[in-house]
Design a protein around this ligand. Structure first.
Ligand code: GP9
Ligand code: MN
Length: 627
């Protein structure tokens, strides 16, 4: 390939090369001057540097297919348009500290905000961004010998595009090595821009949006009828003793990063891992057979499930792919009962597309990283340390009008589980997996942070008027660490054990009912949280489209489905087309799991259908509206 590329007669296309290089360098300069892209290694800097090339070379390279008299004009107009896109991003970033996305562009509220202040955001220096376009136009006009663009042979064109493909592959390869599953998981706009470049990011965004637009266009309200029948048939009457016990109280939800149930009431070398959480069981309703149901969207998926009682998607993060759908989420519902809602999380607001999705879910306020004082000293790993986070969050909570529904998202116990010595209270495990080894001290750190937070809630006076819900968002230790996990648990990690390891802790702490604390062993999942919480507030959910059941309901079935199609019942675990007996962990006859297989499949596919078709736009909580 290299030899082929060498054969390309570059002297015929100097104008094209010059235009591409100018745009490329300009884009990189803009990255560095105007966007706040965090670079952590020389490799990341290199990726950032090369990432504009492939897009620019392809778009400007189209000139090679044009007639000679059109080529330069095409390049100049394309450069102007591309520069304008870059310029628009710069302006948008100045205001929103974020990159443009197609849905956001059409969200009038966002653009309205910008409209009024657009002139304040402009500076005369911005016009310099167009200098290269003017220079190219000037060159074209004067027809300089060294700035040529001739028609090239088919063979040369092939060489040119082969070279670009090679660059694109190298770019993607390096990006994939830096951030595995970058494109399928779509974490964060900053990360996408950092790895594939601002222009490719826009293309990616357009493809994603048009795909979901098309699916939506083909959906109609009749699809909801069958789903509604299914949901109605599976509705469980709330428990009379619990219905409305938290009426008018604040709900304080804490998403506990990567916390799995296997650490609860366990030791590492005779050190208790979670002393606070262990004690807290005796003052709370604690669910020890509660499963996370997240997919690739990790934390954001857990947020999606708990707020909507819908499943996340099998591929990608629904926060990204369907961030502007119509939902009927907790914040929106409780608003009708005088509640305010907020999310507190010390990370970029665009991470997991939260800023967009939170609007769709009806949150009133998002305290993102800008609301926190984050310094080198008070951060570790992914950012602000949990103890600091809770500390600073208390003021934000106090500033909210009551009653409120607030969700706090912790961060310290996140892969790669880094922790400073000053915060380490228990030793690491000594196993073959460094990840698992480090997990224990960071879990312990989070446990201490939670204890401090609950105490602070008590002294602040918020405690009495609130109920506190603590839940693990998803697993922290993946199956890649099975060997070390088996060493710690002293039993081999079979597919059955892997499913059991998807249990995460759930605490529902109601100060008034402290003495009625109970461990509830019914099989359940994050999908059950929405009806449970609404019923505690005394809000009826009979007409809601939801796939979960009230955890306190007397006839809540022992059943939950994981996103990969595995399911758990009272006596069986089904995974990888195999049925296991829960008591023995041994394979059981498939027919024993069969009665639930259909239910598991239809739940997931009904939920997917709702999201892909944006079907809740036809539903107002009570009756169908044909829009
Ligand atoms: C990022 C935090 C962690 O804001 O929620 O994300 P995760 O990788 O766990 O989904
Ligand atoms: Mn998480």
């Amino acid at each position: 390939m290299i030899k082929k590329i060498k054969n390309l007669s570059l002297s015929n296309i100097t104008f094209l090369l010059l235009a591409t290089s100018l745009l490329w360098i300009k884009t990189y300069v803009v990255y560095k001057l105007y966007f706040d892209i965090k670079i952590e290694s020389a490799m990341q800097e290199l990726i950032l540097f090369i990432n504009p090339i492939s897009f620019l070379a392809v778009v400007l390279g189209i000139s090679l297919f044009l007639k000679k008299n059109r080529q330069k004009r095409y390049i100049i107009i394309s450069s102007a348009i591309i520069t304008f896109v870059l310029f628009a991003n710069v302006i948008y970033y100045r205001f929103f500290n974020d990159f443009i996305t197609i849905p956001v562009l059409f969200q009038t509220s966002n653009m309205g905000d910008l409209g009024n202040s657009i002139f304040e955001l402009l500076s005369w220096k911005d016009s310099l961004m167009f200098a290269d376009v003017i220079f190219l136009a000037w060159l074209a006009r004067h027809n300089y010998r060294w700035a040529v663009l001739d028609t090239v042979s088919k063979k040369d064109r092939r060489i040119y595009f082969t070279a670009i493909t090679a660059i694109a592959i190298i770019n993607l390869g390096l990006a994939e090595a830096e951030r595995p599953q970058l494109l399928t998981r779509t974490f964060d706009r900053e990360m996408l821009v950092k790895n594939i470049g601002t222009y490719n990011y826009h293309v990616y965004d357009i493809v994603l949006q048009s795909k979901s637009k098309a699916q939506k266009a083909f959906a109609d309200s009749s699809e909801l009828v069958q789903i509604e029948n299914y949901v109605k048939a599976n509705y469980n009457k709330p428990n009379e003793d619990m219905y409305g016990v938290a009426k008018g109280k604040n709900i304080i939800m804490v998403s506990m990063e990567s916390l799995q149930s296997f650490v609860i009431n366990k030791n590492v070398y005779s050190h208790e891992i979670t002393p606070f959480l262990n004690d807290f069981i005796s003052e709370s309703f604690y669910f020890d057979n509660f499963y996370h149901q997240t997919g690739q969207g990790k934390t954001s998926d857990s947020e999606f499930i708990t707020d909507n009682s819908l499943y996340p998607l099998g591929r990608g993060a629904v926060f990204f792919t369907h961030g502007t759908n119509e939902y009927n989420a907790i914040p929106e519902i409780v608003k009708n009962y005088g509640y305010n809602s907020a999310v507190l999380h010390a990370n970029n607001k665009s991470f997991w597309n939260r800023d967009v999705m939170y609007q769709s879910l009806g949150y009133d306020k998002f305290f993102d990283i800008e609301s926190y004082e984050v310094t080198e000293e008070n951060s570790v790993g992914w950012g602000l340390k949990d103890k600091e986070f809770f500390d600073q969050s208390l003021e934000h909570l106090q500033s909210l009008p009551q009653p409120f529904y607030a969700k706090l998202i912790t961060l310290t116990n996140h892969f790669p589980f880094k922790l400073g010595e000053e915060d380490t209270s228990i030793p690491e495990l000594e196993s073959s997996s460094k990840t698992l080894n480090r997990y224990f001290p960071t879990v312990r750190y989070m446990d201490e942070a939670l204890e401090q937070f609950i105490n602070d809630l008590k002294t602040s006076g918020l405690y009495e008027n609130s109920i506190i819900v603590l839940y693990g968002d998803h697993y922290g230790i993946s199956e890649n660490h099975n060997e070390a996990m088996g060493f710690y648990l002293k039993r081999p990690i079979t597919p059955f054990e892997s499913v059991q390891l998807q249990r995460v802790p759930l605490y529902i702490h109601i100060p008034e009912l402290k003495d009625e604390a109970k461990i509830i062993t019914k099989v359940s999942g994050q999908i059950d949280m929405k009806p449970t919480l609404l019923h505690l507030l005394g809000i009826d959910t009979k007409n809601d489209i939801q796939f979960g059941s009230d955890l306190f309901a007397v006839d809540k079935p022992d059943f939950t489905v994981l996103r990969d199609g595995s399911f758990i019942t009272k006596n069986y675990v089904y995974t990888n087309n195999t049925c296991y007996d829960k008591a023995s962990g041994q394979e059981a006859d498939r027919t024993l799991c069969e009665p639930y297989e259909e239910k598991a499949k239809s739940e997931l596919s009904y939920s997917d259908q709702i999201i892909y078709g944006d079907l809740l736009r036809f539903y107002d909580g009570r009756t169908f509206i044909n829009k």
